[in-house]
Design a protein around this ligand. Structure first.
Ligand SMILES: C[S@@+](CC[C@H](N)C(=O)[O-])C[C@H]1O[C@@H](n2cnc3c(N)ncnc32)[C@H](O)[C@@H]1O
Ligand code: SF4
Length: 371
C-alpha cells in the first residue's frame, strides 16, 4: 500500500528542446494526441495500482505539462485516488501561457504552479534557448494569481553563460519582487548528451560562482525565503510537499513516458523484501504503444544507504535516524564508521541524520563516504 505516497505524472513534450536540458523532453512534431496520452496514463495506472493506494501529493512534470489541456488534467485528477487536501503541482513554461487556461487548471484541481522562469534577462533567455522573454514570466505569474493560484514556485537558474554576480542577483531580485511562495534556485549544470555538452558556453569561474551563491543565499534569507533543501527556498510553511517526500525517501508512483516510481514492500515491517524502482520507457511513441510495460529494479541492501543519504542529506534540517531505519531496513550502526569519520571532519550532525553547514556546501564529498 502506498500510504502517504506521492504521484508523479510526466508529460514528455515541449515546444522545443532547451540546449541545457537532460529531462525526458521531446520537441513537438505535429499534433500530440492528448486524449490518447491520457488514456495511456490511465492504463499505466490500472496496472501499477495496488489496493489502498491514496496520494498525498501530485506533480505534473515534464517536459511541459502546461501544454496539456486542463480537460485531461481534470480527467486524471478525478479518476485517481487523491487526498482532497493534496498539494497538486503543475509545471508551467511561461512561453506557453497563451495555450494555458489558468482558471480551468485551477478548477481541474491543480493548486500549485511551478513556473520555469530561469532568468529575467532576455539575453540569457536567448542563450538558454528559451521560448519566452522576461515580460512573459511576469505576465504568466500575474495571470496565475488572477486565476486564484495562491501557491506558486519560480524556477531560476544561476551560473549562466558569462553571468556576473550582479546579473545573477538581479535575476533573483526580479523573482523575489513577484512575491512567489517558493523559489527553486538551481546552479546550471552541463549534463552529458545535451547541446551544451557538445558546445559548452563560457561559464563563470569558481570564484564568481562562490560569490553568487554566498550573496544569493543572503538575499533570499533577507526576504523570508528559508532554505530547506540545497536549491529550494520557501516562505513560512510553503515547502513543496511532493519534493519533501522524495527527499525523505518516501514512496511514489510514476505515470507517463520516462516516469519513475519507488515502492516499498506491502509489508515492509518484517524487512524480508527490498524496495524497488519502477521505470517506464522514455520514448513517447513506445509508451503510447505499450503504456503497461515497465522495468523493475530492486534497491539492494548495498546501495540503499547511499540512496537514502543522496536524498535526505539535501535537506537543510536532515531527518531523524528513525526515518533512515524505517525506509532502509538498516540501523544507524550499519553506517556508524562513515558517520563518525564525517563527524570528526565537522561535515555531519551528532544529533540527527543531517549535515552541518559545511557538509551541505561539500555534499558530494559527504556522499562519497557511502559509496
Ligand atoms: C523539468 S524542468 C522543467 C520545467 C519546464 N519544462 C520549463 O523548462 O519551464 C525543471 C527545472 O529544472 C531546472 N533545470 C533543468 N535543466 C537544468 C540544468 N542543466 N541545470 C540546472 N537546472 C536545470 C530548470 O530550472 C527547470 O525549470
Ligand atoms: S522546456 Fe523545460 S523540460 Fe522542455 S526542454 Fe526546456 S527545460 Fe527541458
Amino acid at each position: 500500500m502506498l500510504d502517504g505516497a506521492g504521484l508523479y505524472i510526466h508529460y514528455p513534450w515541449c515546444v522545443k528542446k532547451c540546449p541545457y536540458c537532460d529531462f525526458n523532453s521531446h520537441p513537438i512534431k505535429g499534433e500530440v494526441d492528448q486524449q490518447a496520452y491520457c488514456t495511456a496514463l490511465l492504463a499505466d495506472w490500472a496496472t501499477q495500482k495496488r489496493p489502498g493506494d491514496y496520494f498525498h501529493s501530485v506533480f505534473f512534470g515534464g517536459g511541459t505539462p502546461s501544454l496539456m489541456h486542463p480537460r485531461y488534467v481534470g480527467q486524471l485528477l478525478a479518476t485517481l485516488p487523491i487526498n482532497p487536501d493534496a498539494e497538486i503541482t503543475l509545471e508551467v513554461n511561461p512561453g506557453t501561457h497563451e495555450y494555458m487556461d489558468f482558471a480551468d487548471s485551477r478548477k481541474s484541481g491543480v493548486n500549485r504552479l511551478s513556473i520555469g522562469a530561469q532568468s529575467f534577462d532576455d539575453k540569457q533567455l536567448r542563450n538558454l534557448g528559451r521560448v519566452h522573454q522576461s515580460d512573459e514570466i511576469k505576465f504568466a505569474f500575474n495571470k496565475a494569481r488572477g486565476a486564484g493560484f495562491e501557491n506558486i514556485n519560480l524556477d531560476v537558474m544561476w551560473g549562466l553563460p558569462e553571468q556576473t554576480v550582479a546579473e545573477a542577483l538581479q535575476d533573483l531580485q526580479c523573482a523575489i519582487e513577484l512575491q512567489p511562495e517558493h523559489i527553486s534556485w538551481y546552479q546550471l549544470t552541463i549534463e552529458a548528451k545535451t547541446e551544451f555538452a557538445r558546445r559548452t558556453p563560457i561559464l563563470p569561474v569558481e570564484q564568481i560562482t562562490y560569490e553568487i551563491e554566498t550573496a544569493g543565499l543572503e538575499l533570499l534569507a533577507a526576504h523570508g525565503f528559508r532554505r530547506y533543501e540545497v536549491s529550494a527556498f520557501a516562505q513560512s510553511s510553503q515547502q513543496c510537499q511532493h519534493n519533501l517526500n522524495y527527499w525523505q525517501f518516501g514512496d511514489y508512483l510514476g505515470l507517463g513516458a520516462g516516469a519513475h516510481g519507488k515502492r516499498s514492500p506491502a509489508d515492509w515491517s518484517n524487512k524480508t523484501e527490498q524496495p524497488k524502482r519502477v521505470s517506464k520507457t522514455s520514448q513517447p511513441r513506445l509508451y503510447l504503444a505499450d503504456p503497461i510495460a515497465s522495468t523493475e529494479q530492486l534497491i539492494d541492501a548495498e546501495t540503499i544507504a547511499l540512496e537514502f543519504m543522496m536524498n535526505a542529506l539535501r535537506l537543510v534540517d536532515g531527518v531523524d535516524w528513525a526515518l533512515f531505519e524505517h525506509h532502509t531496513g538498516l540501523t544507524k550502526s550499519n553506517v556508524e564508521t562513515q558517520w563518525s569519520q564525517l563527524q570528526t571532519n565537522e561535515l555531519v550532525a551528532a544529533t540527527h541524520c543531517g549535515t552541518t553547514k559545511k557538509g551541505l556546501r561539500y555534499l558530494d564529498s559527504v556522499l562519497q563516504a557511502f559509496i
